[in-house]
Write a protein that binds this ligand. Structure first.
Ligand code: NAD
Length: 482
């Protein structure tokens, strides 16, 4: 089996205790590679390597323009190697080749956006109420950044941390998910090729509970950027608090798609179905709650079911496939339990709900698109993230009730509103507690636009211009000119 070691200071190496773990291909349903199981000693070596690269050698001498140039070359390298990166990614997470190709294009766009941003952050000369003093600010990088990523879109989510972090002049230690540890090596290859100095990017693979706290709590780590679930995100926050370290937390969601009777119902049905069944529901912004006006409930459900039924399920490498396998066995079992909970709570299983066993799927981890109706906000399936292709349908009678249900969860990551009435749309935008609200569309993103969560969906924002400033700190300088 292929082995993926750690990557520290530009060198590949085994873990200090020479431990390895297997990584599975979710379509084949079995292991295909072994990955180094890093431990605290490896974390220490990686953070020290990142710190050395931050403080000495070529990296701190690079100008903002030169850092931007490196990111621009990296974006081009990603474009040139998009197919290899896309295939590496889906081997571990089972997402479709079509989606992964799209993600590689948007990954390159993220790198290009921050390539253009590196030299746009200026200090200010400040008009303090003093004669004969020059008073100004400098914006300086923070140091070593811990970048912790989940399994659903590992490279795209890592790029949202790496690009602003190194664009601002920091160095990075990446901790990929234990379920998708391998695609980062293709990225490392490109980072080396375009000329980032050794130690600017280091990779520590391993188990979250073993590597995560050791990395975050390392005294030389200056900031934590974490994307993942609420439970491990909370634990990461506690670890960071011990060293008073700033954090960005991009966590889960239970996002509503709200459909009003005046909407273009065909467009809304496409948006709702793609919003929860696309990526096999394994996206943080999955529109996993459908809030539909009672007057159109039946007609709209028919459209959603038709869309669910028409989606091709199968081999993620087949360009026609729209629903691939669930990314890993624990997640597969979690979704099946979630479906069972919905049945026990008294919701109506309206469509799907089963594991799919088809000889064509081999031992892959497939679950049918699933729709529950007669859901109430009190039910677990209305409150918890399934992170799978499961839609909970709740009907409402008035705009006020729609807002109340939409906000009645601990999350606040995203929401969709489907209406042709501009006033209604703007009122919903204002009243919904979510970091992103889409109107008559869903799951749009761009590097220029901030993302992040209200409530327990996270802290801080990624993406957008300000994100690069969050990887810097201001130094105020007073010079006595007398
Ligand atoms: P997870 O929380 O289990 O793991 C995320 C990462 O954290 C992994 O690398 C894991 O090894 C690490 N980790 C685990 N315990 C840790 C600890 N105690 N300290 C530090 N690191 C630790 O999440 P997952 O199952 O990989 O991903 C799915 C979750 O990610 C979902 O909840 C999804 O909504 C969320 N997500 C959010 C966004 C967003 O932008 N808001 C994007 C994608 C995914």
């Amino acid at each position: 089996m292929t082995r993926f070691p750690l990557y520290i200071a530009g060198k590949y190496q085994s873990a200090a205790n020479d431990a390895w773990f297997e990584t599975d291909d979710p379509f084949v349903g079995g292991p295909w590679a072994e990955v180094a199981r890093g431990c605290a000693a490896d974390v220490d070596a990686a953070v020290k390597a990142a710190h050395t690269a931050f403080t000495s050698g070529p990296w701190p001498m690079k100008t903002a323009v030169e850092r931007g140039e490196l990111l621009r070359h990296l974006a081009q390298a990603v474009d040139d190697n998009a197919e290899t990166l896309a295939r590496a990614e889906l081997r571990d997470n089972g997402k479709t080749i079509t989606e992964m190709r799209g993600q590689m294009r948007s990954l390159a766009a993220v790198l290009r956006f921050y390539a253009g941003a590196t030299d746009k952050f200026l200090g200010e000369v400040l008009p303090a109420d003093e004669n004969d003093f020059l008073t100004y600010t400098r914006y300086e990088p923070l140091g070593v950044i811990a970048a912790i990523v989940p399994w659903n879109s590992p490279l795209r989510l890592f790029a949202m941390k790496f690009a602003p972090a190194v664009g601002a002049g920091n160095t990075v230690v990446c901790k990929p998910s234990e379920y998708t540890s391998t695609s980062i090596y293709e990225f490392v290859r490109l980072v080396e090729k375009v000329g980032f100095p050794p130690g600017v990017l280091n990779v520590i693979t391993g188990m979250g509970a073993e590597v995560g706290p050791a990395l975050i709590e390392h005294p030389l780590v200056r900031k934590v950027s974490f994307t993942g679930g609420v439970e491990s995100g909370t634990s990461a926050y506690v670890s960071a608090a011990k060293g008073l370290k700033p954090v960005v937390l991009e966590l889960g969601g239970k996002s509503p798609n709200i459909v009003f009777p005046d909407a273009d119902l065909d467009a809304a049905a496409n948006g709702v179905a793609a919003g929860v069944f696309g990526s096999t529901g394994q996206t943080c912004v999955a529109g996993s709650r459908l809030l539909v006006h009672a007057s159109i409930r039946e007609a709209f459900l028919e459209k959603i079911v038709a869309s669910a039924r028409s989606r091709k399920i199968g081999n993620p490498l087949d360009e026609k496939t729209e629903i691939g396998p669930i990314a890993n066995r624990p997640q597969f079992e979690r979704i099946l339990k979630f479906i069972e909970a919905g049945k026990k709570e008294g919701a109506t299983l309206y469509y799907g709900g089963n594991e799919l066993r088809d000889p064509a799927f081999g031992r892959g981890l497939f679950i049918e698109p699933t729709i529950f109706t007669d859901v109430t906000s009190a039910m677990r399936i209305a409150q918890e993230e399934a992170f799978g292709p499961v839609l909970s349908v709740i009907s409402f009678e008035s705009d006020e009730e729609a807002v109340q249900i939409a906000n009645d969860v601990r999350f606040g990551l995203a929401a969709g509103v489907w209406t042709k009435d501009l006033k209604r749309a703007l009122t919903m935008v204002k009243k919904i507690q979510a970091g992103t609200v889409w109107v008559n569309t869903y799951r749009k993103n761009a590097p220029q636009v901030p993302v992040g969560g209200y409530k327990q969906s996270g802290l801080g924002r990624e993406s957008g211009l300000h994100a690069i400033r969050d990887y810097m700190q201001a130094k105020s300088v007073w010079i006595n000119l007398t």
